[in-house]
Design a protein around this ligand. Structure first.
Ligand code: CTP
Length: 395
């Protein structure tokens, strides 16, 4: 675990020393980079002493491109304290100090632990900045409500170093609660060919399914991703099978369902396909043309009907335009699955974030709006619980 602690100029900068120590205790190797303003609050010698390494305080005192090296070295970067000014510059993509330049070269996750007066935290510009950073994939830790440097109390106090370190470590180490399990995830749209150059498809990007496969692999599972056409890169540790049509997806899933502890159907499978696929390009004719469609197999419903007992755990998605939770409950029963993830089309399709409700036998569990990675982890938490209930695999 290699972590860069980036210190910006706020009174809470002195707490960054405890953060460095906490991360070290958790087994992380730590390097520190500071803004010029941060050095008014705490000296680099403190961090050099704690880490045993020189502190980066300027882009000019080092041979080579120190920000590129640090960004590449770090498994995670945590900005603590994250001031209003620094976050705004980071959100805008600026890079005129060592912290900003290092952030611009981050290869791993970035955490911000904001610290500021409650009025600064609450103002619309700050909230816009925070929303931009989150949409770009950054993780926010805090701030908390409590005593502020001004003597007032309010929301803006930096989270305690222990809590910040715990959030970073949990993200990097994560639970290995799917070790020894096989999880099959479907993702993306299906393309139903009309002829060699045309198809029927939909706007699914595959992001949700790819996030699920990434998270399953990170948590120790053998993750098999059956993906419809998607431009997304294969996440680390994931076995990917590319398919085009619903029927090809069903066949690929069928090959692995025997080994699967869980099957998660995140794909936007086309319900219909053209009745005939023309062997050569269909030429236009005068007047209108009618296209005959036939039903595709319902992969999830067939898996639900075919399984014996609760193996494998089955998760479906319900992409609805209205009444999401109620329709999801009907789907749960009709397709005989264990969990349905309900979302509204306007909330999920194509974006980086998702607003979903998890619907299972126990009830509805709405989640706050979160990144698709965080939603994936919440879904897998439920899958782990369901696997626990169903006991170890037979045979
Ligand atoms: N699904 C599937 N095979 C299909 C269609 C859908 O396996 N041919 C899966 C999807 O991957 C998703 C879930 O079923 O997990 C939701 O499908 P959806 O089409 O929204 O459900 P329907 O029952 O078809 O709903 P509606 O009647 O509203 O079309």
């Amino acid at each position: 675990m290699k972590v860069v602690v980036a210190v910006a100029g706020g009174i809470a900068a002195y707490k960054a020393a405890s953060l460095v120590r906490e991360l070290g205790r958790a087994g992380a190797e730590v390097r520190v980079v500071m803004t010029r303003a941060a050095q008014h609050f705490v000296g680099p010698a403190t961090f050099a002493g704690l880490t045993g390494h020189p502190v980066v305080t300027s882009l000019w005192d080092h041979p080579g491109e120190v920000h590129v090296e640090l960004g590449r070295w770090a498994d995670a970067i945590v900005v603590a304290p994250a001031t209003m000014d620094l976050m705004a510059k980071a959100a805008a993509g600026l890079g005129d100090d060592p912290v900003l330049a290092t952030l611009s070269c981050a290869r791993g996750p970035v955490f911000f632990a904001p610290a500021m007066h409650w009025r600064m935290w609450g103002r619309p510009a700050t909230q816009r900045v925070v929303a931009t950073l989150a949409a770009d994939g950054a993780h926010l830790v805090g701030p908390e409500r409590g005593a502020l440097a001004s003597g007032e109390s309010g929301e803006g106090r930096m989270s305690e170093p222990e809590a910040i370190a715990a959030a970073v470590v949990a993200h990097l180490q994560g639970p290995r609660d799917l070790a020894g399990r096989t999880v099959v995830v479907s993702a993306g749209p299906t393309h139903e060919d009309l002829d060699p150059v045309r198809f029927l498809g939909n706007r699914s990007t595959g992001r949700m399914g790819f996030a699920l496969a990434a998270s399953a692999a990170r948590r120790g599972a053998r993750a098999i991703l059956v993906s419809g056409p998607s431009a997304l890169p294969t996440p680390p540790g994931v076995e990917r099978i590319d398919v085009r049509s619903a029927r090809a997806m069903q066949a690929a899933i069928g090959q692995h369902v025997g080994d699967a502890d869980a099957v998660i159907m995140a794909a936007a499978v086309a319900d219909y396909r053209p009745a005939e696929e023309a062997p050569s390009k269909i030429a236009k004719t005068a007047g209108p043309r009618t296209l005959e469609l036939v039903r595709n197999p319902d992969i999830l419903a067939e898996l639900g009907a075919a399984r014996s007992g609760a193996h494998p755990v089955l998760v479906g998605f319900a992409l609805e335009t209205e009444d999401a939770a109620a329709r999801a409950r009907a789907k749960l029963q009709r397709k005989r699955c264990d969990l349905v993830v309900a979302n509204l089309a306007a909330d999920g399709f194509g974006g980086e974030e998702n607003l979903v409700t998890l619907v299972d036998a126990a009830g509805d569990h709405p989640l706050p709006r979160r990144s698709k990675a965080a939603v994936a982890d919440a879904i897998l938490d439920r899958v782990v619980a369901l696997l626990g209930q169903s006991g170890p695999r037979e045979g």
